[in-house]
Design a protein around this ligand. Sequence first.
Ligand code: UD1
Length: 422
Amino acid sequence: MDKLIINGPCKLSGEVKVSSSKNASLPILAATILYPGNIKFKNLPKLSDINFFLQILESLGANTSKDNEFTEIAAGSITETKADYELVRKMRASVLVLGPLLSRFGKAQVSLPGGCAIGTRPVDIHLIGMEELGAKIEIDKGYINATCDELIGASIHLSFPSVGATENIMMAAAFAKGETIIENAACEPEIDDLANFMNACGFEVSGAGTSTIKIQGKKLSEFKSENTINYEVIGDRIEAATYIIAGLMTDSNITVSNFNPQHLKDVLKVLKSMGAKFEIDKRSVEVYPSGKLQGAKVETQPYPGFPTDVQAQLMALMGVSNGYSIISEKIFENRFMHVPELVRMGMDIELDGHYAFIHGVDQISAAPVMCTDLRASAALVLSALVISGETIVNRIYHLDRGYENLELKLKALGANIERVKE
Ligand code: UD1
């Protein structure tokens, strides 16, 4: 298993370009199942999660090919409608093939994803939505079996604005008869990007980015298999936030580019309240040396609130800021796996239920640490950047799931970081 060796303290400078968003790419890859023509993506992020999703599409019968810049997918050849346990167990997001398979083929069999390190993560809201469209759902031997004669557009009110459920239901509604309205839909920018992609393919989705999304059902016969759609996924706001926090923790002047800063409105608001100095441009944020920041009180919330995917990185920053901070994690019940590792590095953090109480310390120190999940791993790397001496971060395959070339990008900014292959 590869590990990272970081020799700090590091001062960063220059520009880092974020990659296309992982969390937008995965549902969009699932949506390719709906389209019988060819799709050519520019700059999909080079991540193990993306490679893995391409494998799932291939296992269903799609043809995929890629070079350094472009990834092509032809899903017209899909005939298989079962996503096997062996594939789904490796990545929860594979449950996103359920909606598009059901919509296009009238049936889908997808292994029920289990929980993961950060929570139990049920998919009940996905399934209720599909039932409301007329699907018959059975759970048998660990598989979700969904079937229908015909899906019929419906008005669906989500009990919680789940990102994955909103995406899955949007895709299920693509070939449903008539109009589907999703109320209390998730508003994340990644949902908006999925709608843009579906519209580029010829589907009719409106309202994405608000809590009411409308989908006018289409017929498969309206789509031509000889057409090619070109698409580029939005920049990764979570990766951008991670580098912005890296700049602040190391008291550096860096520019984080290739994303829409509007997508990080709440994160930037919180950082500003802590004393961060930065300038926002159309497609970038320039971070200035801001000295030690002040503590803050933050609650993770569905978009446009503070994203749970930046919670761990923010906690690392709070751990070395002045004063007292509180984080309340409202989205996932077990998303504090990074805390014991941050404490091993010398941070002063106490947990009580979904609250973390953080007393900023002047100095943290080198310790071997272990990645537990994707964003938790980022928090460990950020902390290592400010530590005097060598930190070894183990089990970095979590990072490879969601950060393209993390160590190369940090190195280009001047960090003393090496990957050791084992
Ligand atoms: C997506 C993101 C993930 C991010 C999360 C919240 C992808 C691939 N992943 O995950 O990085 O952390 O949004 O912004 O885009 N829930 C239910 N029943 C359901 C669905 C969800 O109870 O049917 C609960 C979950 O257990 C969780 C909360 O709702 O507590 C939010 O989950 P959801 O928004 O669905 O997150 P994901 O789509 O899984």
